[in-house]
Design a binder for this molecule. Structure first.
Ligand code: TTP
Ligand code: MG
Length: 358
């Protein structure tokens, strides 16, 4: 009966890079520890363990700042190859339970286990089995959320971190989503959250009082999505074929910015975030083009792109200026991104290797 709710699991590893380093050097387990660049220059942290988080240390924080918060912080270098290998092992474990796996980053994935009949078809017990396999075989912990759609499963996996499992049953979705703070909805950034808060809209229950059209007028197309999420709804299927085609970051301005040089100000910060996100997704080798996205205050959007594998501030400035030229309107949102070349299939390379040499 295809009207039965889906069974979706969202998995997210706990302090992923740091957990792998702690596994390989247990002396780091109980002391504040982070993975990232050195404290000289522009080094930033990719992540840190939970003892370090108690000092207020966070991902993307400059290492020098983190060391001021906690002078005893140990900082180790980034070993991407190692994290990629562990990520592959995690995926092999997922594939014991379903072929419907949609990776979001190295340490995060959605799984659709609707058609899995192991454990009497209990998604909760499947999630427990996956968590146990990963803990036993890879010696790191992951948190999981289980529910009827991607949105609720993702929010749930964050509910009881680290090493947690949160199940939101079909009957509980309505109440769970009603109580959810708007700022916890994926896609709601700082600016959107404070805009909604200023209107007294703090929870999904508050949003439900609004007409869908009102949210669309307020936030454009995202308003329509938000209306669905506020009701605990999300009909996006888990898409295992999806290959990442781009990586981007964006910022919505607190108030619309006049079309002109002021729009260039956020570029350095956005570029730092973009670099971190590319690293996190493990796709640095596939960068092919740079692009910018500009949303004007009439909600129309334009993108400008250019071939190139280097992330240079000057390039992005030129792209932004080109985009701004297209409409003489104030700017509401700006995004920087890269387009990626298609993924090389390892297996294929191995197969054609000998032919090339013969
Ligand atoms: P996250 O899952 O966001 O963070 P985490 O796994 O370290 O911690 P949590 O327990 O809260 O899930 O990101 C996964 C990895 O991606 C993280 O270990 C390091 C990397 N990363 C960056 O390189 N830069 C960043 O800004 C973030 C947020 C993560
Ligand atoms: Mg994580």
């Amino acid at each position: 009966m295809h009207n039965d709710p889906r069974k979706i699991i969202h998995i997210d590893a706990d302090c992923f890079y740091a957990a792998i380093e702690m596994r390989d050097n247990p002396a780091l387990r109980d002391v504040p520890f982070a993975v990232g660049g050195s404290s000289t220059g522009r080094g930033v942290l990719t992540t840190c363990n939970y003892p370090a988080r108690a000092y207020g240390i966070r991902s993307a924080m400059p290492t020098s700042h983190a060391l001021r918060l906690c002078p005893d912080l140990q900082v180790g270098p980034v070993n991407m190859e190692k994290y990629r290998a562990v990520s592959k092992e995690m995926h092999k474990i997922f594939s014991r339970y379903t072929s419907l796996i949609e990776p979001l980053s190295l340490d995060e994935a959605y799984l659709d286990v609707t058609d899995n009949h192991q454990f009497d078809g209990s998604a909760t017990r499947i999630a427990e089995a996956i968590r146990a396999d990963i803990a036993r075989e890879l010696d790191i912990t992951v948190s999981a959320g289980v529910s009827i759609n991607k949105f609720i499963a993702k929010v749930a996996s964050d509910w009881d971190k680290p090493d947690g499992l949160t199940v939101v049953s079909p009957e509980a979705v309505d109440e769970f989503s009603a109580a959810l703070a708007v700022k916890h909805i994926p896609g709601v950034g700082r600016v959107t959250a404070s805009k909604l808060q200023a209107m007294g809209l703090n929870t999904c229950a508050d949003l439900r009082q609004l007409e869908q059209i009102k949210l669309a007028q307020l936030l454009g197309k995202f308003g329509l999505t938000l209306y669905e999420r506020a009701h605990g709804r999300d009909d996006r299927p888990v898409n295992p074929e999806r290959e990442r085609k781009s990586v981007s970051v964006e910022t919505t301005f607190t108030t619309d910015v006049a079309n002109g040089d002021d729009c260039l100000a956020p570029i350095p910060k956005l570029l730092d975030e973009l670099e971190a996100r590319i690293l996190r997704a493990g796709v640095a080798e596939r960068v092919q083009k740079a692009f910018v996205k500009i949303k004007f205050n009439d909600f129309s959007t334009t993108t400008v792109e250019k071939m190139g594998t280097r992330l240079l501030e000057e390039d992005y400035q030129l792209l932004v200026l080109e985009g701004l030229d297209r409409k003489a309107l104030p700017v509401r949102l700006m995004g920087l991104g890269v387009r990626l070349a298609p993924e090389k299939k390892d297996q294929l390379n191995l197969d054609i290797g000998p032919t090339l040499h013969s």
